[in-house]
Design a protein. Structure first.
Length: 152
């Protein structure tokens, strides 16, 4: 479910609220391998299913930074800020990886609006995105994203 704001100025009234969640996404070995190729991180726990079978997780696991990068895909499914000339990913605050994301797992992002501040010419929103793993108590990633929205 996507939460829609008609203007970035409307964000402040929703601080502390859950914004919604993205669709579930299956993490397959192809996605993990492509990320390994893009980043040069070919550690066996990510890309060698035979060796990983006997490793600590029993299967390959997604890179933590792969899990983090999916937040960029999940955010537009969680929140839609309208009435802007531009939106900018300004950065991230605290990032944690409390759980491994095993190949074949389904993940989704869940957003909570943590902070809204005025900045020169716009509004800065901190949205905490929790990357849930279907069937797991602990998430794969929790990150405070920082976005800037500039009104039309």
């Amino acid at each position: 479910m996507t939460t829609i704001f008609k203007s970035p100025l409307d964000l402040a009234a929703s601080v502390g609220q859950r914004l919604g969640e993205s669709e579930w996404l299956t993490i397959d070995q192809d996605r993990i391998n492509l990320f390994a190729d893009a980043t040069g991180d070919h550690q066996w726990i990510h890309v060698d299913p035979v060796k990983a079978k006997d490793g600590p997780f029993g299967v390959c696991i997604a890179h933590g930074y792969l899990t983090l990068s999916l937040v960029n895909m999940f955010l537009p499914e969680i929140v839609d800020v309208q009435g802007i000339s531009m939106g900018v990913n300004y950065g991230c605050g605290k990032i944690r990886f409390p759980n491994t994301v095993k190949v074949g797992s389904k993940v989704r992002g869940v957003g909570e609006l943590v902070l809204v501040e005025e900045v020169k010419g716009g509004v800065q929103a901190t949205i905490r995105v929790t990357v849930e793993i279907e069937g797991q108590d602990r998430p794969g990633c929790v990150v405070d994203t920082i976005s800037r929205y500039y009104p039309e």
